[in-house]
Write a protein that binds this ligand. Structure first.
Ligand SMILES: Nc1nc2c(ncn2[C@@H]2O[C@H](COP(=O)(O)OP(=O)(O)OP(=O)(O)O)[C@@H](O)[C@H]2O)c(=O)[nH]1
Ligand SMILES: [Mg+2]
Length: 320
């Protein structure tokens, strides 16, 4: 039979011929501490990736969450709150958040519309960066709690500072999140995907494990203790059953170590148990969690210790 005989009578449908146009880009979540950035990121990726607590300054490092659907890949970058730095740790946190604003295709600036302190006041540096962002969306969060007066005030503030109308939503209930997703998609550049389609993050499981232990410490302890805690995973044996994880909790003072261990080891047992349950949920397998506590004096002010925990120290601070 001649090849020509089997040619279709009509041209093939266009969908087979033309490649599908995809969109992709980085979407930064920034704002004051406690505005709900991590909660919103978790809603957007429909998974608990970034830790959330009622305390301000929970997030210390950028956390990546990837969502790919309907030909659009959004790479969310959760950031530490935009704080006035008091320690070297804060400087590293602020520096991270500012870098993320500069690099993002879309910046989501979250404002807590239920905050008793009202609208945020940023330093000129931060304000300038936000005003120069490639594409800025102001998000009025916590509409489930917000008073109408403050919502109106956030609207005014957003128009004055940035010339944009805010998007209102609740990162807790999820109301308004789908509409925001549509708004973001329309602003992302036409681009091939930046990560494989089924990736959820580019950060290693060890990072999320350490964060879950830190979240539990934030929930269990009071005052300065949570802020003095850093967690590092020293060993992660995935092939073992149950998965074997050894992690060290660093604190700044012997008194804090005593609080974390508790009388007869009761506190650390509870910390270990609650953390293990969260980690098992995250990795989807039984886990044996081996927790240790060490004192590392003044680590929040110590460039060497901070670098060991993975923080990048701003160049201007490196030789102090
Ligand atoms: N009622 C209500 N609470 C919310 C909402 N979004 C976040 N929260 C709560 O606000 C607190 C802080 O939320 P996070 O998501 O940790 O806030 P964050 O901006 O990431 O905070 P930092 O990492 O400390 O900068 C938590 O107790 C959340 O449950 C919301 O829409 N409504
Ligand atoms: Mg956070």
């Amino acid at each position: 039979m001649d090849q020509d005989d089997i040619e279709p009578a009509e041209a093939a449908p266009a969908a087979d011929a033309a490649p599908v146009e995809t969109r992709a880009g980085y979407v930064a979540l920034v704002g004051y501490p406690n505005a709900g950035k991590s909660s919103l990121m978790n809603q957007l990726v429909e998974q608990k990736l970034s830790i959330v607590t009622p305390l301000a300054q929970t997030t210390r490092e950028r956390v990546l969450g990837i969502d790919t659907r309907d030909g659009v890949q959004m790479v969310f970058v959760d950031t530490p709150g935009l704080v006035e730095p008091r320690y070297l740790l804060h400087k590293a946190m602020l520096h991270q958040a500012m870098d993320v604003i500069t690099d993002a295709d879309v910046v989501l600036l979250l404002v807590d519309a239920a905050a008793s302190a009202g609208v945020p006041e940023f330093s000129d540096d931060v304000l300038g960066l936000l005003q120069r962002a490639r594409s800025l969306i102001v998000v009025s969060n916590k509409t489930d709690l917000a008073r109408p007066g403050l919502l109106a005030r956030v609207g005014e503030w957003s128009r004055e500072r940035f010339g944009v109308e805010p998007v209102a939503l609740s990162a807790l209930t999820g109301e308004g999140v789908q509409a925001l997703r549509g708004e973001i998609a329309g602003r992302l550049p036409v681009s091939p995907f930046l990560f494989p389609e089924d990736d959820v993050s580019s950060q290693p499981v060890r990072f999320f494990v350490a964060e879950l232990v830190r979240e539990t410490a934030f929930e269990m302890f009071e005052k300065e203790v949570p802020y003095s805690v850093a967690v590092k995973v020293d060993e992660y044996r995935e092939a073992a059953t149950p998965v074997y994880i050894r992690a060290t909790i660093y604190v700044e003072r012997p008194t804090q170590k005593a609080i974390i261990i508790g009388s007869g080891g009761a506190a650390i047992r509870r910390l270990g148990q609650v953390s293990r349950e969260k980690i098992e949920e995250f990795v989807g397998a039984p886990v044996y969690l081996d927790l240790w506590v060490k004192v590392l004096p003044r680590w929040r002010r110590d460039p060497v210790a901070l670098q060991r925990f993975g923080f990048q120290i701003p160049k201007s601070e490196q030789r102090k």
